[in-house]
Design a protein around this ligand. Structure first.
Ligand SMILES: *Cc1c(COP(=O)(O)O)cnc(C)c1O
Length: 356
């Protein structure tokens, strides 16, 4: 991928980590909270993949907050009842402060979203959702006549392009698949719409949620290997999902690539590049057994977050505010380890949970 590289004799292959708080007057760059060359390289690459203009943010949630804060006072936001936990907490916080009203819906149920859409200022969607891995029909949601914002974190910029499906703005937690090594917290927002682009750039400068140049360099370096990482991690996810589905110790498996997934056909159409690296499964013996599985793995790591080179898993129900998640559900983010090693690890952790 050439995007985000300088080209020509003597040009560096990678952008410099530009440690500059200010720039000499009279040019396009003025001050380090407003412009930075390393951001520009990262933004060029993400913009090329998503088909829009990108703005880098200090975190995924900073990008989400920039979108939401662009809405007028008293705005109505339709959002998934099981949205990413940070998004839900942000919306609840703003609602408590009288800033906006959130109408929470099942985002995979287009009729339910349509019923909530009249008078709304924004539809917020995630697909796949985190952690339930539900699939929202993004084209159908974009056609409801309300601006659509999509959190594309779990699909990555490779598997799904919401702007092409009619979304007004797309955000990513670059912390996850984009940077891909669990060593960076960063976000990005992308749009084709000049009004939205102006809002995003203004929010970044005014709120100051700017990423560090080193983080931005690492996120771009991670992005360069995303195609091979995602191929491997998705193949592993598909194989583990199949095996878990056939395992009597597991009562339910959610993976968009499984024919048993309620929106499998939609996922196949909407995510032509693949079904992603995340699997959610429920341990038949219950929440305590699921917790034991998480504590018993030796190759996978019991930790929150996702999209890194190492396999991570956790029981989402362990967090306050995750009542919408089944208490025995484990979210598994597949990394780059050998699938047989991971399967042996899960198998021994499930065995450990069975014997208490
Ligand atoms: C992690 C995550 C976020 C928040 O991103 P941060 O980089 O942690 O701020 C937003 N949406 C989804 C789907 C996520 O998984």
């Amino acid at each position: 991928m050439l995007a985000g590289r300088g080209r020509g004799p003597g040009q560096p292959v990678n952008p410099p980590v530009s440690l500059n708080a200010t720039y000499e007057a009279g040019g396009d760059r003025v001050y380090g909270r407003d412009q930075n060359e390393t951001w520009e390289a990262f933004e060029a690459a993400i913009g090329a993949l998503e088909g829009g203009t990108a703005f880098a943010f200090a975190s995924g949630l900073a990008a989400i907050a920039a979108v939401v804060d662009s809405l007028p006072a008293g705005a109505v936001v339709v959002a998934p009842a099981d949205a990413y936990n940070g998004t839900r907490r942000l919306l609840a916080d703003l609602e408590r402060n009288g800033r906006l009203t959130a109408r929470l819906v099942d985002i995979t149920d287009t009729d339910a979203v349509a019923a909530a859409a009249p008078g709304a200022d924004l539809i917020w969607a995630e697909s796949p959702t985190n952690p339930m891995l539900g699939i929202a029909d993004l084209s159908a949601l974009a056609a409801l006549g309300v601006p659509l914002a999509v959190d594309n974190t779990l699909a990555s910029p490779l598997l799904q392009h919401p702007l092409e499906l009619g979304a007004a703005v797309v955000v990513h937690s670059a912390t996850k698949l984009i940077a891909g090594h669990s060593d960076v917290v960063m976000g990005v927002a992308v749009s084709r719409d000049d009004t939205w682009l102006g809002r995003l750039e203004a929010r970044r400068s005014l709120h100051g949620a700017v990423p560090g140049p080193l983080e931005t360099f690492l996120a771009l370096r991670g992005l360069r290997t995303l195609p091979v990482r995602l191929d491997r991690a998705s193949a592993t996810a598909a194989e583990l999902a199949r095996r878990l589905e056939d395992d009597a110790r597991i009562s339910a498996v959610r993976y968009p690539g499984l024919p048993s997934h309620p929106q499998h056909a939609l996922a196949a159409k909407q995510m032509p590049g693949g079904f992603g690296s995340m699997v959610a499964f429920e341990v038949a013996a219950g929440a305590e057994a699921a917790e034991t599985v998480c504590e018993s793995v030796r190759i996978a790591v019991h930790a929150t977050s996702l999209g890194g080179v190492e396999t991570l898993l956790e029981r989402r129900g362990r967090y306050r505010g995750e009542q919408a998640t089944p208490p025995n559900l484990i979210r598994l983010s597949c990394g780059l380890e050998h699938v047989e090693d991971l399967w042996a690890d899960l198998d021994q952790a499930l065995a450990a949970a069975a014997t208490g």
